[in-house]
Design a protein around this ligand. Sequence first.
Ligand code: NDP
Length: 287
Amino acid sequence: MATVLDGKVLGRKTLDALAGPIAAVREKRGSPPALAVILVGSNPASEVYVRNKTRRAEEIGVDLTVHRFPDAVTTGELLVMIGKLNDNALVDGILVQTPLPAHIEVDAVMHAIDPNKDADGFHPWNLGMLAAGGSPIVAPCTPKGCMELIRHAGVRIDGANAVVVGRSTIVGRPMGLMLLNANATVTMCHSHTSHLPELSRGADILVVAIGRPHFIREDWVKEGACVIDVGMNRLSDGSLVGDVDPACASRAGVMTPVPGGVGPMTVAMLLANTVALAAMHAGVEEV
Ligand code: NDP
């Protein structure tokens, strides 16, 4: 039976470790690390995510401000807001909560964020550095959290066969790049992939981010594999389930639960990114 990779415990440890750098930033410039969140409309899932981020930020002393806009907001109005936040020396990180309404030009909005304030690590400059095998200013939170979970489990990444299912810009793609940069042999899978079960069965490390409840079946998992389930799917009964059938735990060596696996790590990495940006802006070393 797989060892459970507990993201709540590791996320808490990550947050606790930020106390020193947060204090150093405060001491150096007299204000805490600050994150601005732009929230459009009233999507219930987005409300929950922003509430979680706000709670964790309050706990550790990061100043998180939510800037709310109605569904009818225009791309231009969001760009004006982002411009102001880019110019505000008291703001270290900017995050635009997705999804955005269909009429918004998402790329224009995301690309307007100063890469030096890109708390989510989604700006093309940061993603490009990741693709070039270099060091982005900050890296995307969810895959960064997955890497922390894999490393924490003591799983060897160098030389491992890693399979990533899902190729979104926010999870799958950067996940594949991070594993590649850590010397795994990476296979990227998506909705056009043939023979997914066979590919999945070859994975020493299997990361799944597709948004399909319990899609990965027990017999698709290699004995002893490290299985990271990014999926968060709300069922009609209100329960939250992952993309991986929990029965896979009988074959996996280590596996993340849903909830309580990748989710808490994503929030911890967002705040870690914000604190790292604040340290950079304040000229604090050794974070
Ligand atoms: P997207 O919808 O942006 O991307 C889904 C990806 O899955 C696409 O690349 C798609 O392929 C692929 N896919 C869909 N169906 C299949 C299939 N049948 N076989 C193979 N590949 C398939 O999703 P996200 O990356 O944004 O999110 C994925 C999941 O992760 C969701 O459940 C989301 O809620 C969750 N999530 C969790 C986070 C956390 O902190 N735990 C953070 C972010 C997301 P194609 O490109 O060909 O369409």
